[in-house]
Design a protein around this ligand. Structure first.
Ligand code: GFB
Length: 424
């Protein structure tokens, strides 16, 4: 084609090719080259992932351990620590959620208010991480550590804080959040015992720009229930759209709103101790964990008849006429549970308008919001789903006796949940 072009056109054509090539070059990064909009910045990136079978609400707790680490690192005087950004692991292939064949890699912004998270700690979404390092085609994580427990820690009872690179206790599979273009050729196992904040020692020793911690749940909370813990927990506000769906449901079906229920939070509520004068909507909130709990915790899970009885007795005692049930039970089991409750029973299911947008994770959050606004809440023993509702009710300022309750297995002693109050 170029053969027939007049000479000055040929010259322009060559210039165009050179121009396009140069500009394309800016977008393209060779794996080992230093490029990307942040390649010269001092930012370092801490990524983490959790044991694949763990559910949504334990993952939320693991997030807090690392957000508190990132919050504290940001205040450090040391250059290597204060520039660490925590990368939020996208929600992918969760064990309890239905999904299509392709991993969904749901960003945190679809569930949480990320601006609020960012006010507490220097966190970024995975797509912001990709933008920052601009490794369009391939990301090689500089250092990967699989956290594992010390071999004989539980037998010997020696729980002193320590960490050591050791032989891997098993063949760990790392899926890199189901991204095909993330890899690493530097994977080690780190036997670990201690709070997540102790990992600052690892970050200090290493000069890596990108570090991934797998099995991050092995690292513990710095301090459970102190001021920083609650500040972090309060920053985990839900996405506004989900809050609105829950509020619309409360208004439409449960005669419940923040004004009526006295659950309005003050402007700067993130640092405030609750006044404990929340009243809650005129309904009983129930969280009933079934599915894998029926197998794994059969000795704790009550029968359907017993659940029906316990709900009916409570409604009578509390003088309430309606119950909202959050549960992972399927529709048949749910109908079994409610058929003998002589009061109004409700469950949230997405309508035809919201069905496409609202997936399992969203329904779980909407269920949690509705339960957290109830006049009285009863949950499932040792379910992290129930724990998160209890925390939400603490933030809203409910009297503790309306919150820390759980169902009893028939003919057992019936232990009740520990009362983790906000005291700051
Ligand atoms: O949140 P989660 O990990 O708490 O529960 P547990 C697992 C999933 O079950 C949630 C669904 O992400 C939800 O998708 N689910 C549970 C619910 N309850 C409800 C509910 O009331 N409404 C809706 N919509 N969904 C642990 C797991 O679950 O249970 C562990 O984290 C393990 O991995 C253990 O499986 C047995 O603490 O209850």
């Amino acid at each position: 084609m170029t053969r027939n072009l007049p000479q000055n056109h040929l010259f322009k054509f060559i210039l165009l090719i050179v121009f396009v090539y140069c500009n394309y070059g800016e977008d393209y990064c060779h794996v080992n080259s230093q490029c990307g909009q942040n390649s010269n910045s001092k930012d370092r990136y801490l990524l983490y992932d959790v044991n694949p079978p763990e559910g949504f609400n334990l993952r939320r707790d693991v997030y807090m351990r690392f957000a508190i680490l990132a919050h504290k690192l940001q205040q450090s005087k040391k250059e290597e620590l204060k520039n660490v950004k925590l990368v939020l692991p996208p929600w992918s292939h969760l064990f309890h959620w239905k999904y299509n064949a392709e991993p969904e890699q749901i960003p945190w912004g679809l569930f949480f208010n990320v601006d609020s998270l960012k006010r507490f700690a220097p966190v970024i979404e995975m797509y912001e991480f990709f933008d920052a390092i601009n490794r369009t085609y391939s990301v090689q994580i500089d250092e990967v550590y699989v956290l594992q427990h010390f071999k004989h820690m539980f037998e010997t009872g020696n729980f002193e804080d320590k960490m050591k690179v050791e032989k891997c206790a098993q063949n760990y599979q790392i899926n890199y959040f189901f991204y095909k273009n993330i890899t690493s050729n530097n994977v080690k196992c780190l036997s670990y015992h201690g709070p997540a904040t102790k990992l600052s020692q690892l970050l200090l020793k290493s000069s890596a720009k990108t570090i991934l911690l797998h099995h991050a749940e092995v690292a513990l909370h710095d301090m459970f229930g102190d001021r920083i813990y609650w500040k972090c927990r309060r920053s985990m506000r839900f996405n506004r759209e989900l809050q609105k769906i829950a509020l619309d449901f409360r208004k439409k079906f449960l005669n419940s709103s923040d004004e009526l229920d006295e659950t309005l939070l003050p402007e700067n509520w993130e640092d405030e101790t609750p006044k404990r004068n929340a009243k809650g909507g005129p309904y009983l909130g129930v969280h009933l964990r079934r599915r894998d709990f029926l197998r794994g915790r059969a000795h704790q899970v009550p029968s359907i008849n017993s659940i029906t009885d316990q709900i009916t007795t409570l409604l009578k005692k509390l003088n309430l006429l309606q119950v909202f049930i959050a549960t992972d039970a399927d529709e048949d089991e749910y109908r079994e549970i409610v058929k003998n409750i002589p009061y109004k029973t409700l469950r949230f299911t997405p309508n035809s308008k919201t069905k496409k947008r609202i997936k399992d994770g969203d329904v779980a959050i909407i269920d949690q919001i509705i339960c957290s606004h109830a006049r009285y809440f009863i949950g499932t023993y040792e379910s992290t789903f129930s724990f998160r509702i209890q925390e939400e009710r603490e933030i809203l300022g409910f009297p503790t006796d309306t919150t820390f309750n759980c169902f009893c297995k028939e003919n057992t002693e019936c232990p009740q949940p520990s009362v983790w109050k906000i005291v700051y």
